[in-house]
Design a protein around this ligand. Structure first.
Ligand code: ATP
Ligand code: MG
Ligand code: MG
Ligand code: MG
Length: 566
């Protein structure tokens, strides 16, 4: 591969884009890897696509290595399968839905458990067809409450989703372990430093579940690790309270209305006057703005980003609660117990009598009329953002070994593995003929990697103040040859580039008619791991080889440069 900067479809920027909050977003745009095309939607330019393809290739290789077979589903799907699984509603506002010209409901798939189950039902018939691992690298659509940070959280993004089918739990455990090991290899090859943490299973359902979190300060997930043992968990998993069942002694929710506009103070008064009295030690604070706060030692907050985040933080401070980001509320029915939220001009709150004395949930909702279902099922609850105040604090004792202390870090979820069990095979009645002639119902696992998110996460973990610093395995090129000087140097640079390409290297050559300073700045911004400068000392038969990561420079003879950079 030989790319000439003089004709490359590329425009680098000296200034940070105004909307970019995190380093990867800033640098991927400035270095000309991606351009924003729509809210939560990005166009991949040639350099970016080279990286994306390399990431996808590594993922594909490792999936094939554990016996995965690649398929490709449509993104545009009819409603029925998702209705059958319950996810048409369970996914809430996170799915994009649309109607075709006949008025039939469709969706843009957020993941493909339903379709893969139907496909396997369609194609297999006997125990001999198992075990089976199918995967795809395909575009997913999610109407994220808060698309952010460029391709880190898009509304349209590339995901590797894999699905395993086994005839028994032992098989499922083996498939899960194989994926776990493959993910460790994938992230190591991508140059990503990740921690495996216990996770909650989200809208997917299922039991055993772990996330691969790449630690970076801009991560939206918070996770704890133990100083003494290998316990690590997403704080979402740590705080999970047991969801009490609705029984005769534990009746369902009750609704109360107030005439007030929702301020924390009025809400607290009203709540205390009703069922919340004695259940929580509410503390008055400023204005309730779609916020859930912690109180009585057992309460977590939900809020919205932007200016309201400030309110939320103030509120958290007033209540002595930590406030962090949490955007997965719809999939946490166990968290939604009682809640309070604005409804029109008034206020309606629901109290769950099952909530233990001394604790209660207080949440805000911005969707009038949805409250009852919000609380009862926890599924329709659509916060327009944020939050979580972890029940854990640095210093807390480790719940696993009770010996060590917990440390808290932030990370980006780059991968997620689940043991789904028979949730989908039950929903679709997928049975195959067993060895004994009786029908067997396969059990499933599902395994995701955010392929586009990985590109941004690598950029988060590999950059400096001058630009991107790609690990070679995913870099858009192996070598960046810079012609820095007189016209003759361009030809020499092109000759060298041709020689390197001939040796199987992927080369980007800067043959533009711009100053060496501009070329060096761009080379450091783009972040190809090895930069070869064809410049001043060419007359002596020397070029300079620079290592982008360490900054080391060495003069090397033209004759030996290929060996040096190979
Ligand atoms: P998150 O908690 O970040 O919203 P998720 O738990 O909803 O992610 P999964 O359903 O587990 O995501 O999907 C598998 C993988 O797809 C995730 O681990 C993540 O790497 C990636 N992913 C999910 N949502 C997005 C998104 N909006 N943009 C980019 N990648 C995403
Ligand atoms: Mg999500
Ligand atoms: Mg998640
Ligand atoms: Mg997940």
């Amino acid at each position: 591969m030989l790319l000439r900067m003089s004709s490359l479809f590329l425009r680098t920027l000296r200034e940070d884009p105004a909307d970019a909050e995190v380093p990867s977003h800033r640098l991927l745009v400035r270095a000309g890897f991606v351009r924003r095309a729509a809210p939560g939607g990005y166009t991949w330019l040639p350099l970016g696509l080279l990286v994306l393809d390399r990431v996808a290739a590594i993922v594909r290789e490792e999936m094939a290595g554990i016996g995965g077979q690649q398929v490709h589903f449509p993104a545009l799907l009819p409603r029925e399968p998702y209705e059958t699984s319950g996810r048409w509603t369970a996914y809430g506002d996170d799915i994009f839905t649309l109607k075709d010209r006949r008025g039939a409901d469709h969706l843009l798939a957020p993941t493909h458990e339903e379709m893969v189950t139907l496909l396997v039902q369609d194609v297999t018939s006997s125990y001999r067809d198992f075990p089976l691992i199918l995967f795809q690298i395909q575009t997913k659509f999610r109407d994220e409450a808060r698309p952010r940070a460029g391709v880190l959280r898009g509304r349209e993004f590339l995901m590797k989703d894999a699905y395993s089918f086994d005839l028994d739990d032992v098989g499922l455990a083996a498939a899960y372990d194989a994926h776990r090991a493959a993910y460790q290899r994938i992230f190591a090859r991508l140059g990503l430093e990740t921690t495996i943490v216990s996770a909650v299973s989200g809208a997917m359902g299922g039991s055993a579940s772990e996330e691969f979190l790449a630690s970076t300060p801009v991560g939206e997930d918070t996770f704890v690790g133990c100083t003494a043992c290998d316990y690590a968990a997403n704080t979402e998993a740590v705080v999970t309270p047991p969801a009490p069942a609705v029984t005769a002694e534990h009746p369902p929710l009750e609704a109360h209305d107030t005439p007030d506009t929702p301020t924390i103070a009025s809400l607290v008064d009203h709540a205390n006057a009703h069922r919340l009295a004695g259940r929580a030690d509410w503390t008055a604070a400023d204005t309730l703005k779609n916020v859930v706060v912690r109180a009585g030692g057992d309460l977590v907050a939900v809020g919205v980003p932007g200016d309201r985040e400030v309110d939320l933080k103030r509120l958290g401070a007033a209540l002595g609660a930590d406030v962090a980001m949490f955007d997965d509320f719809p999939s946490r029915p166990d968290l939604v117990r009682g809640y309070i939220g604005p409804q029109g001009l008034g206020l309606r709150y629901l109290v769950d009598p099952r909530v233990a004395p001394g604790s209660a949930w207080l949440t805000g909702a911005n969707e009038p009329g949805r409250h009852a279902t919000n609380v009862v099922s926890g599924r329709d609850f659509v916060p327009d953002g944020v939050v979580e105040a972890a029940d854990v604090r640095a210093g807390d004792r480790c719940p696993a070994c009770a010996d060590g202390e917990l440390t808290i870090r932030r990370g980006i979820e780059v991968g997620h593995i689940f043991q789904l069990g028979r949730r989908y095979t039950d929903a679709f009645g997928l049975d195959v003929l067993g060895a004994d002639g009786k029908p067997v119902r396969p059990t499933m696992g599902c395994y995701g990697i955010g392929v586009t998110r990985c590109v941004a996460t690598i950029a988060e973990q590999h950059h400096d103040e001058r630009g991107l610093v790609w690990p070679r395995a995913v870099a858009p090129a192996d070598v960046h040859v810079v012609a820095a000087g007189k016209a003759g140097h361009v030809q020499a640079a092109l000759d060298l580039a041709a020689e390197l390409t001939g040796r199987g290297l992927r080369v980007l050559v800067d043959d533009r008619a711009v100053s060496p300073g501009v070329k060096f700045t761009d080379a450091e911004l783009i972040g190809v791991p090895t930069i070869v400068v064809v410049g001043r000392r060419l007359a002596e038969g020397l070029v300079e080889v620079r290592d982008r990561a360490s900054g080391t420079r060495a003069d090397v003879s033209l004759a030996s440069v290929t060996e040096t950079v190979l």
